[in-house]
Design a binder for this molecule. Structure first.
Ligand code: MG
Ligand code: MG
Length: 273
């Protein structure tokens, strides 16, 4: 059952989403060659706790970390390790936080220095597909309209769309109804309703869509060991239209990137602090 949120609840969820956005902005400043993902995990946990919240992943389904860090051929759910990050890596960082009883859930794939051009293109197209999907999250549409848009956009580039892992409703639970696959058929699935909040999160592989799980019981890798990308936003359905609750603005601020990609999904300009 889809849980509708009141405007007040959505404002609380915006706080949770902004906190995970700020956490990834902090990570953007720290992530560089030589730094380990375990160190980033420690920083993220401290940052979240310093902001009157608790890490959303830590302990959830037995998760041992506050962020999940998926490097290169790792798709999602990569456990932080002692391996130093290297020039040329791509690192997807997924971050959850629980604040005021509501979860935020947000992910970005970072480029470490110069990366292979084909991987750079994968990241660009995956992020674009996130917005292509969000555009379909509106009254009158159904769940698979979002997935269909993401699938079409990314498969047109020859990429593989991961099937086994999907986006989801978000609220007082990290994973609520409905599941939000990144593939599907137009006009299928549950109708979207006013006040629902979802995490939309394309997981797109440079090669085939097939994945495997490592022996750690968490880390998902591509079966062909080619790179993968993951971007995730929290989005509310307000006045029939998608409104972004999370933002990459803190990351872009840290990295010196100018972008207006989020503007069409906001009623008011975002002031970052
Ligand atoms: Mg998620
Ligand atoms: Mg996530």
């Amino acid at each position: 059952m889809i849980i509708q949120k009141t405007r007040e609840e959505i404002e609380l969820m915006r706080e949770s989403a902004l906190l995970v956005s700020k956490t990834l902005g902090m990570i953007a400043k720290e992530i560089k060659p030589g730094v380990t993902t375990l160190h980033l995990d420690k920083l993220a946990e401290e940052f979240i706790r310093d902001h009157d919240a608790v890490p959303g992943f830590l302990g959830l389904y037995g998760c041992p970390s506050s962020i999940l860090t998926s490097v290169n051929d790792q798709v999602v759910h990569g456990l932080p390790t002692n391996r130093p990050i290297e020039e040329g890596d791509v690192v997807s960082v997924d971050c959850g936080a629980l604040k005021n009883e509501f979860y935020g859930d947000h992910a970005y794939t970072f480029e470490i220095g110069d990366i292979a051009p084909e991987t750079k293109k994968l990241l660009q197209v995956t992020k674009e597909s996130l917005y292509v999907g969000i555009r379909e999250f509106k009254i009158g549409n159904r769940v698979e309209d979002v997935g269909n848009a993401i699938q079409k956009y990314t498969e047109a580039h020859g990429y593989g769309v991961v099937r086994e892992l999907v986006g989801h409703g978000l609220g007082k639970k990290m994973h609520e109804d409905p599941e939000m696959p990144n593939y599907g058929k137009r006009g299928r699935g549950k109708l979207f309703i006013e006040g629902m909040v979802v995490a939309i999160e394309p997981m797109i592989n440079l090669g085939s869509r097939n994945i495997k799980q490592l022996k750690d019981g968490w880390t998902i890798v591509t079966a062909d060991r080619k790179p993968s990308a993951h971007f995730e936003h929290d989005v509310a359905l307000i006045d029939g239209k998608p409104e972004l609750l999370s933002t990459f603005a803190y990351i872009y601020d840290a990295l010196g990137i100018k972008s207006d990609e989020e503007n069409e999904f906001r009623r008011q300009p975002l002031v970052i602090s």
